[in-house]
Design a protein around this ligand. Structure first.
Ligand SMILES: NC(=O)c1ccc[n+]([C@@H]2O[C@H](COP(=O)([O-])OP(=O)(O)OC[C@H]3O[C@@H](n4cnc5c(N)ncnc54)[C@H](O)[C@@H]3O)[C@@H](O)[C@H]2O)c1
Length: 373
């Protein structure tokens, strides 16, 4: 295990710096329509024809019950807004997202926020993110930095990417970022690293476990048992070892905490068309692990929840051999796209925040609707 700190004041540390061709493709749904309502629209009406068909309005009547005293509920302001054609869901390019600024929540701005929004921040929290060197974990780490985290701690097996990610996050956000080169299969290294975090910051408030690998297009009848064991070791045992170590630190410090395990929709459904029994089994295990820990640790005020992404547009899926399958994945996804690398950010911050204080043992899908079919 090695670690580096990207922190202005720690100069002694190294600054990190289903049948084909696919019949169901016709099921692709049109993009959702959103009326361009700019104000407090209270009532939006529509009529149904005798055949129960939707009449496409060109204007939407709006009634506003305003608190400014000008209008009352007996006499609302009424006008029409034009209806624009719906557009396809915007797909931000991965490059744009990678280059985007990380703007940390200013404490003064935090103080000026209404209580609901304050609760939805992670102000002052120390957050450990595994797999934070790239992909979904990296973007969730950036989101936590923007939502007020005091420090981000990245655990990742990739030294080079981890150092780069820590340096970049620190440079862009100005907050403390510590990188530990840790393999989530290595319990002793995890414990040593978590102890180091405790020594620097006290027990972490949040763990986001995003480290994971995927093997796919491997038929069960030819699956090499050694590969099977390796994946289970990283995805499932790794989730356990990380949760155990961080959970112990939270318990020892008598500190409430939030543990977020990145599972997958593959833990609840079987993907199509590719065979990937081991990955699916590993993620089903992560979901059940999360529920079990949630039940056990509620008495310590430690919450454990899972995020289950659908197909996301990350390096994990940027493999030429998957191109043909991606078309099928999209056709099976009501939103007709892969998830963007930052599509987990909002839920991650919410689950890390006190706003989700009564949520534990849940498994939330973010899959563009894939699991609806
Ligand atoms: N991308 C998807 O479509 C998708 C869908 C559902 C779930 N997920 C899950 O989301 C998580 C993140 O996926 P991603 O797409 O960002 O992947 P990614 O490959 O871009 O990033 C994974 C990160 O985990 C690190 N890592 C891998 N093995 C490790 C180990 N043994 N110890 C420590 N770090 C390790 C890698 O170095 C990398 O930085 C994974 O758990 C994955 O199973 C991804």
């Amino acid at each position: 295990m090695s670690f580096s700190v990207a922190r202005s004041v720690m100069s002694s540390a190294r600054v990190a710096s289903k049948a084909a061709p696919f019949a169901r493709s016709a099921l692709a749904k049109p993009a959702a329509f959103r009326a361009p309502v700019q104000s407090r629209a209270i009532s939006v009406t529509s009529r149904l024809s005798a055949k129960n068909e939707v009449i496409k309005e060109t204007e939407v009547p709006v009634s506003i019950y305003s608190p400014d005293g000008k209008s009352t509920s007996a006499n609302p302001d009424q006008f029409n807004i034009p209806v624009k054609k719906g557009s396809a869901a915007a797909e931000a390019s991965a490059e744009d997202l990678a280059n985007a600024d990380v703007i940390p929540l200013d404490p003064k701005v935090y103080k000026s926020l209404p209580p609901t929004l304050q609760k939805m921040s992670v102000m002052g929290k120390v957050i450990v993110v595994t797999g934070g060197a790239r992909g979904l974990g990296n973007h969730m780490a950036k989101a936590c930095a923007e939502a007020g985290a005091k420090a981000l701690v990245i655990f990742d097996a990739n030294q080079e990417l981890g150092d780069e990610a820590a340096e970049e996050l620190h440079r862009k956000s100005g907050i403390d970022v510590v990188f530990f080169k840790v393999d989530v299969r290595d319990g002793n290294a995890i414990n040593a690293a978590v102890q180091q975090v405790v020594d620097i910051y006290g027990a972490p408030d949040v763990l986001v476990n995003s480290a994971g690998i995927a093997d796919s297009n491997i038929k069960a009848e030819t699956y090499d048992p050694a590969m099977f064991r390796r994946l289970i070791d990283i995805n499932l045992t790794g989730s356990f070892l990380m949760a155990q170590s961080v959970g112990r630190a939270m318990i020892a410090a008598n500190k409430p905490g939030s543990i977020i395990l990145v599972a997958s929709m593959s833990g609840s459904i079987v993907n199509y068309p590719q065979e990937q029994s081991c990955y699916n089994a590993s993620k089903a295990g992560v979901i059940q692990l999360g529920k079990s820990l949630a039940a056990e640790w509620a008495k310590y005020d430690i919450r454990v929840n899972c995020i289950s992404p659908g197909y996301m547009d990350t390096a994990m899926n940027k493999v030429p051999s998957l191109d043909a399958q991606k078309k099928i994945w999209k056709s099976l996804t009501p939103q007709n796209r892969l998830g963007a690398v930052d599509d987990l950010n909002g839920l991650c911050v919410f689950l890390a925040s006190d706003a989700s204080g009564y949520m534990t043992g849940s498994n939330v899908a973010i899959d563009g609707g894939y699991t609806l079919y």
